[in-house]
Each structure stands twice: as C-alpha cells, then as structure tokens.
Design a binder for this molecule. Sequence first.
Ligand code: SAM
Ligand code: SF4
Length: 333
Amino acid sequence: MENLTQLIDTFGRVHNNLRISVTDRCNIRCFYCMPSEDVQFVHRSKIMSFEEIVRFIRLVVPLGVDKIRLTGGEPLVRKNIPELVKMIADIPGIKDIGITTNGILLPQQAQQLYDAGLRRINISLDALNAAKFKQITRRDDYDKVLAGIQSAHDAGFDPVKINAVSIRNLTEEEIVPFGKLARETGAEIRFIEFMPLDADNQWEREKVLFAHEIQEILSQGIMPLVPQEQPDKSAPASNFIFEDGVGRIGFISSISAPFCMSCNRFRLTADGKLRNCLFSLEETDIRGLFHANAPDAEIIAAVHSSITAKKEGHEINTARFIQPDRPMYSIGG
Ligand code: SAM
Ligand code: SF4
C-alpha cells in the first residue's frame, strides 16, 4: 500500500518543491562551484533519462509536490530541455516550473522554453564587467550572458531574476551597478552569500560578503531599501525595493540568516540521488531503485524516509559542519 501522505519532516516542514539537476556538465567553470580542470562528470549512461525524471515527478505529485526547478550543472547544455519542460508541464498537479541557468545558451532556447510552459527564470551573473566575469567563471562569455538575459526578456519572461554570488574582496564593486541595473531594467537582482560548496575547498567565512553589508553599500551608493512583503514564506530570498519604489533586490542570506526552518525543498541529482538538503551527507538512490524494478510503493517509502531524516539546519555556523563531498555543480543549486 502506498503512503500518499505529504512530505512532512520531523520539524513540521512540508516539502512541495523539488529541484532537479538534469546534468552535472557545464560550459563555464565558476571557481565557487567547479574545479578549474579535470572535472569528474558522471558518465552519460548514468544520468536520469527524461522518462525517469517524469516517472519520479509523477510519483511525488500525489505527495504534495507542485513546484519544480530545473538546474545543474548548466541545464541548457543537455539536449532538448524545452521538450522536458513540456513533459513536466503536462503532468497534472504541477503548478510551477522554473529554471536556473547561466544564460549562455538562452539566445537559442529562451523562446522554446517559454512556449513549452516555463515561466520562471533565474540567470546567474556575478559581475557586470567582462574582466571580473572571466576571473570568476574562467571563461570569456560575458557578452553571451548579456545576450541571454535580453533573449529571456524578449521571449516574455517577467520578471527575469538575476542571481549574483557575492564574495568579499572580489564583488563589492559590482553591487551598485547591479542595483542600477535593477532600477533600469526591471530585472530582480538576488545577491547570494557564498556557501561552502566549492570543489576546491577554498570557502572561508572571511570570504562571505554578508547581505547586511550589501544592503549598506546599496543604501550609500543609491538609496535605502525597504523590505517588501514575502508572498511565499518558504522562498529563500528576502525581498526589498528601493525607497522610491523602483528596483527590486533580494538577499539569499544562507550564512548570515539561514532560512532552514522554512525550507520546503529537496533535490534529485543528475545521477538520480535524492538529497533532503544541499548540505546533506546522505543520499537515496532513486535511479538504483528504478533499475532494480522496485515497485512504486517502495520508491515512495524511500522518499518519505529521506524527508523524515532531514536535519534541523545546515550547521555551517557551527564546529560540527562537514562540507559534502559533492560540490555545487554535482548537486544542483
Ligand atoms: N549553471 C546554472 C547557473 O549557474 O545558474 C545552474 C546551476 S548553479 C550550481 C545554481 C546557482 O548556484 C547559481 O546561481 C550559482 O551562482 C549558485 N552557486 C554555485 N555555487 C555556489 C556557492 N558555492 N555558493 C553560493 N551559490 C553558489
Ligand atoms: Fe556552471 Fe552554474 Fe556552476 Fe557556474 S555555478 S560552474 S554556471 S553550474
């Protein structure tokens, strides 16, 4: 008998939001996510097929999952992602599909993605100058990302959200230009605190540029920000607007103000491992269960067990914290 109750953990958090990594491959090499060379990618034969992804979503929709975000690696380097979006949009019960992308391949795909039913798009861009972009991503594709943002606007995505990872002694000078971009274009800029998920184990607390510091830089350089109502209490970003009502800014304060207690997210990696937290040290092998012809009830029971085992929080600010073996590109951010 299948247990079709909601995915509620021991802290009462209801999990309706599944992030699916469709590939661990990427066309750039952000230093806070990937190693510069010799990246160990999962062999293509071990990646979840579209059919397996859809089967998994169909199993968890009756457990209350209605929100899906595709991520990676870079999701758009995998072929036919608009087709996957369409397959997911056709699943009864799915209310919301999003993607997080570095934007480089959007000029070729933005319209197809929109037409397939995608409505939420987050494009990652940490710097508004080509030299700093290259320093961070180890690639020369700044102009392609700008073209990608434009093509998302042109395809009808509104708002386009821009994710900018903030790093001390590196991205301070980007903050005011990003604030101005938010005011001039209507894009929502979300500053993300650097998290210990890099491949080279270079993360240090001293490298985190905290949300309150960014807010101060924006206040001094443009004008003060005022908090906005949070329509979705489990969304990771706290939302602000400049006091004249023009320019939306979000802060994802994973380190300085962890939002674990309102987390509603769990993740499926490209190789089919279920993770109840970005920082989880344990995984559930969904693809392995599929390939062992496990019945639906067994897979659903495994999902429930994973959620039940979710810890209270990520513990980055404690001595107990252990960085997971998988860096961000291999989990799916
Ligand atoms: N390749 C896509 C992209 O970059 O948007 C999707 C995958 S990426 C892993 C998802 C998000 O995680 C991006 O916004 C990226 O900037 C962010 N990210 C990666 N490593 C991070 C880290 N160590 N700390 C904070 N954010 C990180
Ligand atoms: Fe690629 Fe995204 Fe990681 Fe940058 S953050 S290396 S774009 S997966």
